[in-house]
Design a protein around this ligand. Structure first.
Ligand code: CU
Length: 374
């Protein structure tokens, strides 16, 4: 599985790459110059880095809203192209008239008189009233149509229903009809002509306002306490798509990442079947399970079939089926898992999971146990 972390790892390892060197060189070159030059140098570096990532990285390393794979996101892109085209037309027209006036009415050596002063012209007044009203009307109608498509509030019977609960700073993901609970990684089936599998999401919050945003799949929707917002998506391509909380929600807002994994239907059914299984019970890690069950972990986390039924943190029943931990803060590797339990703050300063101050032996056993939760 590739994505955000790979992208980030590449960013870091890129510091020794030719791109980074070029960036550094151009940065130094312009820093003494005007602020504008600096900004353009930074923009160039960002673009170059983004381009390098797109070129040799995973296809969806950049959650690009201009590369939609689902009807709501396609609708938003078409609307934004229309708005940009109209804005560009206005810009070009106004700029052209401006330059023409500056040139046509420039001061000349034979100018002796002030030019004629015109007060009140019905023609001009009408034209600069009616034309903008028409433009705004077109924008309004096009926007209203897109909003109407996005807000389809009738959930079709064949739809997959998912409830998303935003927490500081992770996503709880529940499939009420399937009895599946997971976190941070939304699995959903692909839709093909003839076999539509749309996904309808209810968005809820356990604490503050968040915003659920998977740019290639749908628009941005606020996740508001004591309210249930609806969003839908119908991806027509398989793959991993990245997203992010899009509303500042506290210290670790920037590490409240999100990924959607779009599967072939059979693969999706396989994932569901695996998630419905009870937690693995492996005898060789009984010691680690005992540490887990006798520590405060169980007050915040659930592992099906144990005494752990806390709801404050992510469900750990199938922890190892996820590619990341901490809402995309780190890859889900044995080393990261151990380091996370030892000190979650190391990955997410201010995180709401406390460091449990376990000794090295307990930590090893606990990690070995978690690694069996496939
Ligand atoms: Cu948030």
């Amino acid at each position: 599985m590739q994505g955000w972390n790979v992208a980030r790892a590449r960013m870091t390892s890129a510091s020794a790459s030719p791109i980074a060197k070029r960036c550094r060189r151009s940065g130094r070159l312009h820093l003494t110059g005007a602020a504008r030059t600096t900004v353009s140098a930074v923009a160039t570096c960002v673009l170059q880095a983004a381009h390098a990532l797109a070129a040799d990285g995973p296809v969806n390393a950049i959650p690009n809203m201009f590369a939609p794979v689902s009807p709501p996101a396609e609708g938003i892109r078409s609307l934004s192209f229309l708005v940009m085209a109209i804005a560009a037309g206005i810009f070009v027209t106004v700029t052209a008239v401006l330059f023409w006036c500056v040139w046509r009415y420039r001061a000349r050596s034979d100018d002796e008189h002030e030019p004629p002063q015109v007060y009140g012209s019905n023609q001009i007044e009408w034209s600069w009233t009616i034309v903008p009203v028409l433009i705004v009307l077109v924008l309004f109608l096009a926007t209203a149509r897109t909003i109407n498509e996005l807000q389809a509030s009738d959930v079709p019977p064949e739809a997959l229903r998912v409830t998303i609960v935003g927490h500081q700073w992770w996503w709880e993901i529940k499939y009420p009809d399937l009895g599946v609970v997971t976190a941070n990684e939304l699995h959903l089936p692909v839709s093909r002509d003839g076999a539509r599998r749309p996904t309808y999401l209810h968005l809820e919050s356990a604490d503050v306002i968040h915003s659920f945003w998977l740019p290639q799949l749908s628009g941005k929707t606020d996740v508001v306490p004591n309210r249930r917002n609806l969003m839908w998506m119908e991806p027509n391509q398989t793959g991993v798509f990245l997203g992010q909380c899009a509303e500042y929600c506290g210290t670790q807002h920037a590490k409240m990442l999100l990924r959607a994994i779009v599967h072939e239907p059979a693969e999706f059914d396989g994932w569901v079947a695996a998630q419905k299984k009870p937690a693995a019970v492996v005898d060789t890690v009984a010691a680690g399970r005992a540490v887990f069950q006798s520590t405060a972990c169980i007050n915040c986390h659930t592992v099906d079939g144990t005494n752990a039924n806390g709801r404050f943190g992510p469900d750990l029943t199938h922890l190892m089926s996820r590619t990341t931990i901490g809402s995309g803060a780190a890859a889900n590797t044995p080393e990261n898992l151990r380091a996370w339990i030892d000190s979650p703050d190391h990955f997410k300063p201010g995180v709401l999971m406390p460091a449990m101050k376990l000794d090295d032996g307990d930590l090893d056993e606990l990690t070995a146990y978690l690694l069996t939760l496939k």
